[in-house]
Design a protein around this ligand. Structure first.
Ligand code: E4P
Length: 233
């Protein structure tokens, strides 16, 4: 499963990319608006940070023609840009046209298996079911993701399922378990994936034990000159 960061914040992307496990970024108009800078500049910096990874940038027109024109423009900025279009009649029509033109689309704001079926039929590259927002209205986000994945497998669709609006590590773990192609998450959730108190406690003990036995164990690395000096003192 690919891991995407759901953010508009370059510093978060820089830190996550540095760890070597991030495959792409998703943005939306709300996330972009928070950054207070020109959209094109922001998206291009993201592309630079991601290197091979994809950057998902969303159109803001609401009718097909405008969406397609914006999509062509966005896609011309960088080869790794995937264009997000909303799950509306116009959005689906736009996804179909973009497919014909060889522009990758991500049908976003998907909340049901029926909508995901249409996104695949339109030839979307990604489909983005919003799990957390479903949970917020007392529906079952993970349940909807499971149904979408079942349909896609049964129909052999090539559209990749991008689990979005993830709010906690178990959303990510369960999406992976179900075979979601991608999970996109806020930086906070990405950081939570690293944490386990037993890891911290275990490491603390290992280091304490090593320190006690250091005179016998010696060093793993050849001591540097300066260390030698310190030791000899
Ligand atoms: C995905 O592409 C969306 O930007 C995102 O996952 C929305 O998440 P939210 O419900 O936390 O705003």
């Amino acid at each position: 499963m690919k891991i995407f960061l759901d953010t508009g914040h370059l510093e978060e992307i820089r830190q996550a990319v540095d760890l070597g496990v991030v495959d792409g970024v998703t943005t939306n108009p709300t996330l972009a608006a928070k950054e207070g800078r020109p959209f094109r500049e922001l998206i291009l910096e993201m592309c630079q940070l991601l290197k091979e990874g994809v950057v998902n940038a969303e159109v803001v027109s609401t009718e097909t023609e405008g969406m397609v024109r914006e999509a062509r423009e966005l896609a011309s900025w960088h080869p790794n840009i995937v264009v997000k279009v909303p799950m509306t009649r116009d959005g689906i029509r736009a996804a179909h046209i973009l497919k014909e033109e060889g522009i990758r689309s991500n049908v976003t704001l998907v909340f049901s298996p029926a909508q995901a079926l249409l996104a695949a039929k339109a030839g979307a590259y990604f489909v983005s079911p919003f799990l957390g927002r479903l949970d917020d209205v007392a529906e079952n986000g993970l349940g909807v993701l499971r149904e979408i994945l079942e349909i896609y497998r049964a129909q052999n669709f090539s559209t990749q399922v991008l689990a979005a609006s993830l709010r906690h590590p178990m959303h990510v773990v369960e999406a992976a378990q179900m075979g979601s192609h991608v999970a996109t998450m806020p930086f906070k959730v990405f950081e939570q994936l690293f944490s386990h108190p037993l890891t911290d406690r275990g490491l603390e003990t290992f280091l304490k034990d090593w320190e006690k036995a250091r005179p016998v164990l010696g060093e793993i690395l050849e001591p540097t000159k300066s260390r030698n000096t310190t030791r000899q003192r």
